[in-house]
Design a protein around this ligand. Structure first.
Ligand code: ADE
Length: 423
């Protein structure tokens, strides 16, 4: 049933809107923290009159974030932060049922991807909400005139924060941006448990591979790598970690994983998944030594962690085997690439579960409110989520789970604040 007036946007198929709405409501049932914020926003309208331009993965969870910002009084426009991560039914529902212009089509080419970013920017946002920094980068490189209207932004992911820090270091960043990714209630849960589970979900949905007994290589032992390694291990895979950071490599060793250079791991791997945020982590020389039938995938933000142009150049042929599964033949040996090296968890599965995105998007909503409350007070730069917001989200999440914790007694508080007592 379609009752609302559709807004302008660019979506695959309006007929998918009803299905999308049901799925958005389903996700909402496990996003209690965001729902509570939405209820308050609906009463207080802290974002009244603002225009928010968002470039995020267009999923059921993102739809609930968009609803929250709209309840806060903002006009919101949304485009995809990756060409393969859009859920077309959600994009349709946002346009048709929720009055949120959404420009996103799963599988869009690069030109369409950027035309959708431009469509969002044409709304002249006051706040940008980005996942991977493509929106912010577009503003700074091609749409400079928009900066005057913008008083702040937020960034969702590790890769985006790294790019922002480079901009800040070069003095190129024109307005303040809150690094949502750095909140404890974001990366400790979304990056670890979200990426861990959703990547395995994408791997299994795409291939139906049995993980028990397989040698699975995880490239990168940041929060995403830690989560992914532990989930693969839990399903019976023998996990090998590759790293460039000695402390993280040491942590992986003491967590019980084998650690070795990629070139060695590539020789024995059944599955290789990259989550490093860096380029050409799996490279030409590695393809040459891989085993027959090895599966390659990426869950890092960009599709350049596996050197796909080199793989294409080396391959005698490439065949589509099933959705998100391509077989390259190199020296008579099959190398299987999933989701064209794009984010496996969002391309072949549904991204992180709603229960974890609840906290990430609570951070987004409250950071937008914070920026509004402090409009004009913050210099251009990258800012943390205020710690009181971070811990309030943890408190609300625990409460929603029915988990109670201890409270410091006055004596304990005094003790923690003193230095005199000792052995
Ligand atoms: N990033 C990872 N999973 C996501 C999801 N479900 N929604 C939006 N962004 C995501």
């Amino acid at each position: 049933m379609t009752t609302e007036t559709p807004v302008q946007g660019d979506i695959k198929d309006a007929a998918l809107a009803d299905k999308g709405k049901v799925r958005i409501e389903w996700a909402n049932t496990t996003m209690p923290v965001l729902a509570a914020i939405r209820e308050r926003f609906d009463q207080e309208h802290p974002l009244r009159g603002l225009r928010i331009g968002a470039c995020l993965h267009v999923t059921t969870e993102t739809a609930n974030l968009m609803r929250t910002l709209k309840a806060g009084g903002a006009s919101v426009a949304l485009c995809a932060s990756n060409p393969l991560s859009t859920q077309d039914d959600v994009a349709a529902a946002l346009n048709i049922h929720y009055g949120i212009p959404t420009y996103a089509i799963k599988g869009e080419d690069r030109d369409t991807y950027y035309s959708h970013i431009d469509a969002v920017l044409d709304t002249h946002p006051n706040i940008t909400m980005d996942d991977g920094n493509d929106l912010v980068s577009r503003i700074h490189q091609n749409r400079r005139e928009l900066v005057d209207d913008i008083f702040g932004g937020t960034e969702e992911t590790t890769t985006g924060v790294i790019r922002l820090q480079s901009m800040q270091a070069e003095g190129a960043l024109a307005y303040p941006i809150i690094a949502v990714n750095e909140a404890d209630t974001k990366h400790m849960f979304d990056n670890r448990y979200g990426t861990g589970q959703s990547t395995v979900d994408g791997l299994i949905r795409a291939t139906n591979v049995l993980l028990a007994g397989k040698r699975a290589v995880v490239a990168g032992y940041g929060w995403c790598g830690r989560g992914l390694a532990s989930r693969l291990s839990g399903l019976g895979a023998n996990v090998i970690i590759t790293e460039v950071n000695p402390t993280r490599a040491l942590e992986a060793v003491m967590d019980g994983f084998l650690v070795m250079p990629m070139h060695e791991a590539a020789k024995i791997a059944d599955i290789i998944i990259t989550v490093t945020g860096d380029i050409n982590v799996v490279d030409k020389d590695d393809f040459a030594v891989m085993k027959e039938g090895v599966i390659l995938a990426n869950s890092g933000h960009f599709n350049d962690e596996i050197n796909i142009p080199a793989l294409e150049a080396m391959a005698e042929r490439c065949t589509d085997l099933r959705e998100f599964v391509q077989e390259y033949v190199v020296d008579g040996k099959r190398i299987i690439l999933l989701a064209q090296g794009r984010l496996l968890n969002l391309a072949a599965a549904e991204g992180h579960p709603a229960a974890v995105m609840d906290m990430s998007f609570a951070n987004q909503s409250l950071s937008a409110e914070y920026l509004t409350q402090h409009r004009g007070e913050l210099n251009p730069g990258v800012y943390p989520v205020p710690p009181e917001i971070d811990s309030e989200i943890a408190r609300l999440k625990l409460a929603s789970m029915g988990v109670e914790i201890d409270v410091l007694t006055e004596e304990q508080e005094r003790y923690l604040n003193s230095w005199e007592s000792g052995t």
